[in-house]
Ligand binder design. Structure first.
Ligand code: UDP
Length: 486
């Protein structure tokens, strides 16, 4: 017997849709709620393909959307198809147009079921949903697909623009201890430039402000790995925060292209065979997530440093900044003969566009992950005890790296953003630190293994003994069923 309906609305980016789907699956497995994920038609197609490989009953509802009405090219409904930051800004603004379709979906559900949904779980970027929920007397919970520390830094910086109140490069972010400092270079350029009136501020400030007034937050993190970040976030929000992470796809989806609805640039078997030939912890995995790439000069330096390091690597590679990220890769972007030399000596495996990330990270040969440190990548890496080399490029990634380096001791930072100039020598030095089986590299590995153990415990359930994320999920279902106090 179903006991109520939950509607979930993600922001249209792979790094949001993947954890939303994982959260929907968790709720579906542990409760008897009916679940509907509502998003735009092309994202529904992706979700349908991701769902088709596992048997389940998550409903998908299309919210009509026409990208050209928002000044975007035709058929653009996801950040991954966008190479210009200006267009990404337009996509953010366009989400507000989903209000009318969401309202009609809810009235349709209400008519069919004789009662409105119990709850709308909305993306932190879609604050306008709080107004929809309030006007219909429905509970609204906000799902932040980031960690607690990164979430706090991100929402507080947008709400307060603290870097605009000082000339100094270092500044305090409200919500963090008074003596704690962030650096201007940790801000993405659109936040660095934001003054409260620009196109980014006009979207993020009101949307995040509304999300901060929701009835509670769900975080894709683990109580034991981010205890101080969580304490600070709870104090800042003055709301309940449930930690239900790490939200990974079910085992049945490992190795399946349906996991991300994307065609990998290499057959999984070929990738695993290549890794099988390598020693334990000897391979560096490199990827900058689903929607970022580095500059042409940085790409050259990265290749030079890799070659000089003598280490084996798998590099998920895309055209550099300024070129179509989904276009053909040109040889000239790498040092002359580099790709052949690495292939011939079996030192390097190049995967174009999309790699089987979870499977690579789970392989015993993977020793470290050079990553932009998007939160899903962080959880996937640490969940497999793989320490990281941070190279943050956008969103809250630099705050994640700060926490991974300063609080957790599981990462070393290579550089920040696409704007810096780096040398092959520097790349080599940082790779050596992270891959070293002694000294700092070893320390990072041990700490990453401890984090992995906490993650396993948090999601484990042995009879009455439940991990923290399982207990949080139970509590969340109880709250969803309780009457909303108006
Ligand atoms: N991903 C993948 N293969 C790739 C690139 C990304 O499977 O080549 C997956 C990755 O495992 C993660 C997600 O896409 O689940 C990326 O999310 P993240 O938060 O790390 O970064 P974002 O793409 O949002 O910047």
């Amino acid at each position: 017997m179903k006991n109520g309906h939950i509607v979930m609305v993600p922001f249209m980016a792979q790094g949001h849709i993947i954890p939303f789907l994982a959260l929907a699956r968790q709720i579906q497995q542990r409760t008897s709620f009916t679940i509907t994920i509502a998003t735009t038609p092309l994202n529904i197609q992706y979700l349908r393909s991701a769902l088709s490989s596992t048997c389940n009953q998550i409903n998908l509802a299309k919210l009509p959307f026409n990208s050209t009405q928002h000044g975007l090219p035709p058929n653009i409904e996801n950040t991954e198809k966008l190479s210009s930051l200006h267009d990404v800004g337009k996509l953010f603004h366009s989400t507000v147009s989903l209000e009318a379709p969401l309202r009609s979906l809810i009235s349709q559900i209400t008519k069919q079921e004789g009662q409105p949904p119990l709850c709308i779980i909305s993306d932190v970027f879609l604050g306008w949903i709080k107004n929809v929920a309030d006007s219909l007397g429905i509970r609204n919970l906000c799902f932040s697909t980031c960690g607690a520390y990164g979430t706090l830094a991100y929402i507080s910086i947008w709400s307060n623009l603290p870097h605009r109140k000082t000339d100094s490069d270092e500044f305090w972010v409200p919500g963090f201890p008074q003596n704690y400092r962030f650096h201007r270079t940790q801000l993405h350029r659109y936040i660095r430039m934001a003054d409260g009136t620009d196109e980014w501020s006009r979207f993020f400030i009101p949307q995040i402000g509304l999300s901060m007034k929701s009835d509670g937050w769900i975080c894709n993190t683990v109580e034991e790995i981010e205890s101080s970040g969580l304490q600070l976030l709870r104090t800042f929000l003055q709301l309940p925060v449930w930690t239900v992470g790490p939200l990974f796809p079910p085992d049945a989806q490992r190795g399946s292209k349906h996991r991300a609805g994307k065609e990998p640039g290499i057959a999984l078997e070929a990738c695993m065979e290549w890794l099988d030939l390598k020693d334990d912890n000897s391979v560096l995995y490199i990827s900058f997530g689903s929607q970022n790439t580095i500059s042409a000069s940085q790409m050259m330096a990265l290749a030079e440093g890799l070659e000089d390091s003598g280490r084996s690597f798998i590099w998920v590679i895309r055209p550099p900044v300024g070129f179509d990220m989904n276009g053909e890769f040109r040889e000239e972007w790498l040092p002359k003969g580099f790709e052949e030399r690495m292939k011939d000596t079996k030192r390097g495996l190049f995967v174009h566009k999309w790699g089987p990330q979870l499977e690579i990270l789970a392989h015993r040969s993977t020793g470290a992950f050079l990553s932009h440190c998007g939160w899903n990548s962080v959880l996937e890496s640490l969940g497999h005890g793989v320490p990281m080399i941070g190279w943050p490029l956008a969103a809250e990634q630099a705050y994640n790296v700060k926490m991974l380096v300063e609080e957790m001791g599981v990462a070393v930072e290579l550089t920040r953003t696409v704007e810096t100039t780096i040398s092959g020598e520097h790349v080599k030095k940082v790779i050596e630190i992270a891959m070293d089986q002694q000294g700092k590299g070893r320390e990072m590995k041990e700490k990453a293994n401890e984090v992995a153990a906490h993650m396993r415990e948090a999601t484990s359930e042995k009879g009455e003994k439940k991990g923290s994320s399982v207990r949080a999920m139970d509590d969340l279902s109880r709250i969803i069923l309780s009457p909303k106090v108006l």
